[in-house]
Design a protein around this ligand. Structure first.
Ligand code: AMP
Ligand code: ZN
Ligand code: ZN
Length: 326
């Protein structure tokens, strides 16, 4: 392997699009600097703000936790970690342990929501009872809980571990399905909507999937290696992601130029979904109809919508946690 372009030590990786070789120390700094720049470029985090980090235990959100924990000391913001224990057998047990360990090492406050405790059912049981696919139930529950926790603790934003490959995959998928409205949500930051939807930020917006993996591996950071046993493999998302990877290998830099041009054009896409948004009649959180998907789902599985119950459960969980003063 060649030598690091900065210090001359043994390089561990070649960054094709930047035309340089880097050693592990300079690779780590390079990735952290990219995140720092995205935060600045897109105005993601302000000094003094409270940021809820949604951490599943996978490589991306574990990298997010590690990097934002470091940057919080520089930018002076307060990170909190949220982990949702979905109750998917061994997979969820391992994920929770990994997040707990990472949190111990970074010394950040941790909020764990255990679905079995909250609803008396795991994601799989909810899926069975509602007759809906488990991935769609999982998505509804996760999105709802992330938003509800952020609202209850008055966080300034929820940060997720979506990387550039994820975002580009979603954009291409929405384009193929001509869901141009959905495309407008795939930006680095979505602002808060009243007290119904917390702001959402994606600090790894410009980081490649391969880069979060290399980052955690070279820094010996533990992460969940198994895929969720429920995840299907032959999905449009997976096929698109593989092709995006091949595109970047053949044309280094194409992912960057795509995402930059995309953001320049973002105002040209219709933003119709904004007009359809309303507050759920049960829980008052964001909804695209009179009742939100979570209230509709729990109505099916429990005989009554549990949005308001869930908000109260979260409120109680947060009481006693020093989530305001920290
Ligand atoms: P996914 O939808 O599983 O691809 O995950 C996208 C992002 O959502 C991750 O990068 C995390 O930030 C967050 N996330 C996913 N699963 C969980 C979980 N069980 N607990 C907390 N955050 C999660
Ligand atoms: Zn070096
Ligand atoms: Zn609701």
């Amino acid at each position: 392997m060649a030598k690091c372009s900065i210090c001359g030590r043994k390089a561990i990786e070649k960054i094709e699009y930047a035309r340089k070789y880097l050693c592990s120390k300079h690779y780590t700094e390079f990735i952290e600097e990219k995140v720092r720049r995205s935060i600045r470029r897109y105005g993601l985090i302000k000094k003094g703000s409270k940021i809820l980090l949604a951490v599943s235990g996978g490589k991306d959100s574990i990298a997010l936790l590690t990097i934002l924990s470091k940057l919080s000391k520089e930018i002076h913001f307060k990170p909190y970690v949220l982990h949702i224990d979905l109750g998917i057998g061994k997979y969820s047990e391992v994920s929770r342990k990994i997040v707990e360990k990472a949190v111990q090492e970074t010394n950040l406050p941790l909020i764990i929501i255990e679905l079995k405790d909250l609803l008396g059912m795991s994601v799989l049981e909810l899926a069975k009872k509602s007759g809906r696919p488990s991935c769609s139930v999982c998505g509804i529950v996760k999105r709802y809980l992330m938003n509800a926790v952020a609202i209850e603790m008055k966080a300034d934003a929820v940060a997720t571990g979506h990387n550039l490959d994820d975002i580009m995959t979603f954009i291409l998928k929405e384009f193929l399905q001509q869901n141009l409205d959905g495309i407008t949500k795939l930006v680095p930051r979505i602002d808060k909507i009243n007290e119904a939807a917390a702001a959402k930020i994606r600090p790894l917006y410009e980081i490649f999937e391969k880069e979060t993996l290399t980052y955690v591996l070279i820094n010996n950071i533990e992460f969940v290696k198994e895929k969720c046993p429920e995840a299907r493999t032959n999905t449009l998302n997976n096929v698109l992601k593989n092709h995006i990877h091949i595109l970047e290998e053949k044309f280094p830099g194409i992912k960057y130029s795509f995402i930059r041009s995309f953001l320049r054009n973002i105002d040209k896409y219709p933003k119709l979904y904004m007009e359809k948004l309303m507050k759920c009649c049960i829980c008052s959180l964001i909804s695209s109809g009179t009742k939100c998907s979570y209230c509709k789902l729990t109505e099916k599985t429990h005989g009554e919508p549990l949005g308001m119950y869930t908000r109260n459960y979260i409120r109680k969980l947060l009481t006693g946690m020093d989530y305001q003063g920290y």
